[in-house]
Every structure is written in C-alpha cells, then in structure tokens.
Write a new protein. Structure first.
Length: 392
C-alpha cells in the first residue's frame, strides 16, 4: 500500500518520540483514524523498519509527540471544509410544500385521475408530458394502468421507507432558499410538490414550482430504479435532490451570465464551474462529490491528480478548442475520461472549470457571488485565477 506524506510523518514522529509499549497503540490508532481501510501490515512495516531511540522516551518527548499527533491529525484531515456560511438568522421565507406521493396510487377510477390532473395541470402537461400522447383518452388510459398496477404499492412503500415524513428534505430546501435569499434579496421561493411518477420524471423546476419525483431517488437497494447506466445512477440518491435543484438554478443564464459568442470548451468549463460554485454556496457543507455526481473515491482521485489532469488538458489543447470531439471527451456525459487515465471520472473538464472558478474567487475576496455569476468573460476568469496545479 502506498503511504501518503501525512501517514509517513505521523508514524515516524510517533516512533521517534514514543516508547514501544505505550505509544505503539497511539501509532496504530492514529494510522487507523486516517486510513480506516489500510491493512495492519501497512503501519507495521513503517514502524518496524525505523529504529527507535529508546533513550528519548521520557515525559517531555511523550508530551511533544502528543502535540505533534494532534497537529498533524488536524492538518492532515481529509474532511471537506464548508464554503462560506452566511449569517441568515434574520432572513425568513415562506413557501408551500405539498406532498402528493400518496395521491396517484390512491386513485381507483379514471374519473378520479382526470379530476386530479384538472387540479394539477402543470403535472399533467409537463411532468407527465400530456402532449406526447395522441389524445386525452390514450393519456388517461395509460396513466391509469400505470398507477393501478400493484407494483406501485411497492414503490410507494419504498418511498416512505427512504424519505419518511420528508422533514429532512424540506429542511434542506429551507437552508438553500434562505441562503439564496441572502445573496439575492428579491428571490421568492417557489412552491414544492413531491410525487411518485412511476419513474417517469426526476425533477421539474421553474421560477414558481419545483416538482420532485421521489421514486427516482430511492437509491441503492431499491427494487425499482431508473433505467440508466450505473455511473449515472449514483446521482440518484435522496441527498442529491436539493443540490441538483440548486445546480439548475446556477446554470440558469439569468443568474449565470455567459458570452454567447464564445464557443470554446473553456467557456463551457467556466459556465459549469460557476454553476457548481453557486450551488455549493447555497448548501455550504454538502460534499463536492454530491454536486458533481462523483463517488468519494473519484473526487479524491481528481484532487490528488490535478497536475496530471491539467497536463493532459494542455497537451490536447482543450481550453480554446471549439471541436465537438474535444467537448465530448472532456465535458459530455460519460463514465470515464479515458484520455486522462483509466479511472478518471467523466465530465472532468467541468470539474476543472469548478477549480478554476474557486481559484479565481479566492484571489478576489471582495467579489460577491452575484457579481461573480455576472462575469461573462471566461478567458478573464481563467487568466486571473492563476490556476496551475503542479505535482506535490
């Protein structure tokens, strides 16, 4: 197993400053804390190969070792930091949160279904795509067959198992909306409706209404899941709902202004980067991996290999390219970016765009989020970010 610098330093400091009997246990605990998946032989190899100066094992050196351990554990922690958390204690919001997930499975006649859609025309026309059916009769017959299917009861029970009373989901929407109003005081929260669609629709988002198809987000272990590739399914967990909505807000050109004449891959990278930056500030302590839809391992790998990714982007002349092929490689949906490395996640260009925007924002501490979102010049953001990762 390859040891990181933190592991090497911690284990060697503890070895030098500790007695074998007392501090071997501390070494083991420290190593296990940082690397829970590591085998015992990993830290044993480090310790056994390093001669211990027993004469140094006195009270002063034990104390010093403890201080070093605390310092290094703090500095080497891999837990993500939150983005800026605004002071929102004086901000109040009000919106409707309507739970409709029981409504459609409870329908027992076609007339009840007609009445339901008459009351909820947006659901009828957009969530269930009425116009994609030849006429009303076909639409109602097919939807009634779907929602009277006994399997829908299983879907409903699993939805209740995963989401419970939906308090957690509503609380996360509250946080995002309050933060949004902090940055954009004129923002008015939309109405939210939760529903079961029979795996037809995940999200529908407008200025005035958000519809969440809960059955899309039942996650691993659910009996019924959306029909899509596994690498895409990992984004359909309940923890992804509100971050996904905030990303849709962040990509909206009314907030995320762009130069429509700029057709470069860099412009698209920065547009996505601004959207991720926006969403992260609406939910400051949500992990980066959730926003971009990577696994924890994928995003850790991307961070550890930023220099490798950067080098490949430069070699392939990605930034100022307008090639559809290059865009497909680095921006579009795909399981891996094999051109960078076998295990490099897909859409790696959008992740790099996010890092560029992060770097730019750090260099402009007086720049507000709304002002950053108004910046149209992708090249300016790129140049002034000075984002140039190098090998550690």
């Amino acid at each position: 197993m390859r040891l990181t610098v933190c592991a090497f330093v911690i284990t060697h400091i503890l070895t030098i400053f500790a007695t074998e009997i007392l501090f071997m246990r501390i070494v083991k605990q420290a190593f296990s804390f940082l690397f829970p998946s590591a085998r015992t032989s990993s830290y044993s190899t480090v310790l056994i190969s390093n001669p211990v100066l027993r004469v140094l094992a006195n009270h002063q050196f034990k104390t010093l070792a403890t201080v070093f351990v605390f310092f290094l554990l703090t500095r080497c922690s891999t837990k993500e930091k939150c983005a800026f958390i605004p002071d929102t204690k004086d901000i109040t919001i009000s919106y409707s949160f309507e739970q409709l997930q029981d409504s459609l499975p409870a329908i027992t006649s076609k007339q009840q279904l007609v009445d339901f859609f008459s009351r909820h025309t947006t659901l009828r026309d957009f969530v269930f795509a009425r116009k994609s059916y030849p006429n009303d009769s076909v639409f109602i017959n097919e939807l009634y067959a779907r929602f009277s299917n006994p399997h829908l009861d299983t879907l409903l029970m699993e939805t209740k198992r995963v989401f419970g009373d939906l308090n957690e989901l509503q609380s996360e929407f509250n946080q995002a909306f309050v933060n949004l109003k902090y940055y954009y005081p004129d923002f008015q929260p939309p109405k939210i409706q939760t529903i079961i669609t029979g795996l037809e629709t995940d999200l529908f988002v407008t200025d005035t209404l958000i519809v969440v198809g809960l059955d899309y987000y039942l996650g691993k272990g659910a009996k019924y899941r959306p029909n899509m590739y596994d690498y895409m399914l990992q984004r359909y967990e309940k923890s992804f709902i509100v971050p996904s909505v905030m990303l849709l807000y962040g990509i909206d050109p009314r907030l995320n202004e762009t130069d429509l004449q700029d057709k470069t891959v860099l412009a698209e990278m920065i547009t996505y980067g601004k959207a991720y930056y926006f969403a992260k500030h609406m939910l400051p302590c949500v992990a980066d991996s959730v926003f971009i839809g990577y696994s924890a391992e994928e995003i850790a790998g991307a961070r550890a290999n930023q220099d490798v990714i950067w080098k490949k982007l430069v070699e392939d002349e990605v930034f100022y390219s307008t090639s559809a092929k290059i865009r497909q490689k680095y921006i579009s949906e795909r399981p891996k970016t094999f051109d960078v490395a076998d295990q490099a996640p897909g859409r790696i260009g959008t992740w790099v765009g996010w890092q560029i925007v992060n770097s730019y924002a750090k260099r402009k501490p007086g720049l507000t989020l709304p002002d950053l979102m108004k910046l149209k010049n992708a090249k300016q953001i790129f140049d002034e970010s000075r984002y140039r990762p190098v090998a550690p």
